[in-house]
Ligand binder design. Sequence first.
Ligand SMILES: [Zn+2]
Length: 160
Amino acid sequence: MGRRQCVERSPDAADRRRVTTSRPSVTIPAVTSVVQALLGLAVVGAAGAVLVRVVRYLARADRARHVAQRTEDDRIEQQRERAALPGASPEHPLAVGSAAAVEPRAEALPCPACGEHCHTQAHEVQHHRGRRLRAASMRCTGCGHTHCVYFELPPPPVLN
Ligand SMILES: [Zn+2]
């Protein structure tokens, strides 16, 4: 009986074939599931990376929109401040004693955009809400910005 067991334990050719042929059928599902798990992780990782990029893009777009809005708000505020400055609008003209004083006074004011010297291109009489004004068209020698400076002249002397 001991001899027989010994014979049965030694693998014959059929056993070796079974072992060698059965090994791939056992390992392929394991490898497949590992590959599937890795692919699954890769897909989840790629989706996560895409999500992170989308969130970053949206945050960046939101920041850019805020910056643009702030820039536009600043520009409007600067326009309002400039318009409120003496001489910057017909509502707030600078007082001068005569038309001869318009050009030197206008050229003494710096460019509202860059602070450089401005040159008078022309000045003309304008009437605004019953007031007689002089509007001087100015052009900056530094940045080329053009704007008007408004002056109020004293009423003409009444001759009798
Ligand atoms: Zn300028």
